[in-house]
Design a protein around this ligand. Sequence first.
Ligand code: PEP
Ligand code: MG
Length: 745
Amino acid sequence: MLTILRDITMAVAAADDFATALSLLVSQTKKAMQTQCCSLYLLEEQQLVLSATDGLAPQAVGKVKMPLTQGLVGLVAQREEPINLADAHQHPRFKIFEEASEESYCSFLAVPIIHQKQILGVLVVQQIQQRQFSESEEAFLMTLAAQLAMAVRAQRKKKVVSQTQAQMLYHGTKAASGVVIGHALVLGGEIDIVQPSKRSEDTDGELALLAKALKSCKETISSISQRFDREQEVEIQSIFSALLLLLEDSSLGGEYRQEVLQGWTAVSAVSQVSLKYINQFMQMDDAYLKERASDIRELGQRVLRELIEPQRINLQLDVPVVLVTKEATATMLAEFPRHKLVGIVTETGGVNSHAAILARAMGVPAVIGVEGVLNAGLDGKQVIVNADRGQLLVSPTETMVGEYRSLISAQRALADEFAKELPLPAQTCDGKRIHLYLNAGLLSSLSSEIAEGADGIGLYRTEIPFMLQSRFPSEAEQVDVYRQVLQAAESRPVVMRTLDVGGDKPLPYFPISEENPFLGWRGIRLSLDHPELFLVQLRAMLQASQSSDQLHILLPMVSSLDEIDQALAYLEQAYQELRLDLGLDIQRPKVGIMLEVPALLYQLAQVAAKVDYVSVGSNDLTQYLLAVDRNNPRVSTLYDCYHPGILRALQRARQDCHTYDLPISVCGELAGEPIGVILLVAMGYDQLSMNQGSLAKINYLLRRVSTTDLTELLSIALSLSNGGQVKQLVTQYFADKGLDSFLVS
Ligand code: PEP
Ligand code: MG
């Protein structure tokens, strides 16, 4: 049963076009259920349209349509539950559609297809003789419909705009705003084991490439196999060990080498050797040995990916590139040559994942959750990313490109208008000064970023330079990086956060495998468990800063007062070592913690006695207060920073900090969103840290609002029942104030 379900769903997902997918679905379901008719109705503009059938008149497809209030199919969609009838003709909602030639069928079983609360359609099976479909048949159809929902939605999302031009429009969710035109570079898609046979004169160069690819493959396979080190998973682990053995010199690894020595490129060598063995294994009678062909293919594809993809990233492309991939990781983006990357499109990921934050920090428009793009043959095609609308347009016409170029210039003109005011202070109409800081982490762009009008760096994420290395950076290397950051800020304050890896920010050379990474070994927890790493980082920060008063140290993911005490003790140790052992004259930095773990919201009095300031990490605070994984697209609509409960928590934190005389700022993404800024300033927050891309816009906005208006707005917002209403309220305020440029932010 499981195999049948999987086969049907996979066939639908893999079909080249929507019509083929649907006809496969109905014919395979009819066969699997051994019935005489299977039909699919899809919801289009509030009508259920017969979209595929195997059993009704084929010419009725697209013609039979009914609103939800009509027919049995309408009833299934209306009630969102199955209907199973021995004789459908007896039901009061039975409706005959002449053109469908449906009269002969008596028994009727229909189930709704629902994706994330949305009804997509109804799947129906029918039979001539009167009989009730069995419970297990009903359960099978329900399971199939639940599994199909995703595949049907993905297929529907790639709408053909024009058949002749093969323009396709995909939909996803905005992760970083903006509109760009570029060419798709697909990474992580299916790698074809058949590669062109090419010779190379540079045998040594090709051998080196092969060795590097093999090494990297071995490392990946070993790290995957480490996840299966428990005893009951010995069998799984042995599969990985076998793959590793195959990569050795005495096995396929050596054969790849031999081919390169014969003058072939590394890519051709791997392809040729793989194909030779795949063919040999496939011809064997023994089923077990036949299966081994897939191991050889998988291994070959892994090595080919290592050979092909890094080279493609580093190509001196003369066109701007839109990265299309399954899930962009922060590491992948940090490594990508920055000037070449103009847009990002991913199949999965969350709006506040670190990759999305990095995209915003880089000012690169990004759309996430675009299902089905990875293997849609987009590589090299011209694409338009309209992140503001969550769209990806493939192979646009000249006219469309022209229109988008005009839109891009209009957006540039608006950005220029914002930028003109950046040298002026961020001060509301009634004179309240708000300090705006920069969230940073990408050293290459730092000097120009900080020059452009921030009051300092409010969050320097030190994990980014760690991600760019193939091992932990040494103390001297860290001193060098931190010194450059402090220098770039000139004399302005710099908040440097200690290493915050874990969660969705793994270090390639320090793999952490956990079932619940966001509730696991993250931030300060990891640093305190590895004092040798933590002390090196603290010493490096102190040495970089020495006698200046710029440095502020920030501790991430603190969940208990003990952690603060331990971290402060290590800081004191690092300070004393540098002073006494090296005789350095060092100023003690201010120390703060990130408010990300809800429990700490209730201990601010004690926190105030231990540290100099707190900074609200609203990205994590939201995830933990709402119990919604910030990375999981399935629950992304629930991840809502404007949830009135979150707003109340933020307001209370501000009030308590005021009572305990503890400076507080916000450095999560909320602090760079126009609606968020309005609410935060209304609560009394006057230190906000944001990405470079938000700075000028927020400065411009603040200069046009008054705190009296905002206080009123906040009291209404807090009384509303959900985040959508809060957003609507503030949007209406922008409209009333003529702040039209903030209506779509
Ligand atoms: C946050 O959680 O709001 C934050 C700023 O930290 P990060 O996004 O790096 O987890
Ligand atoms: Mg955080």
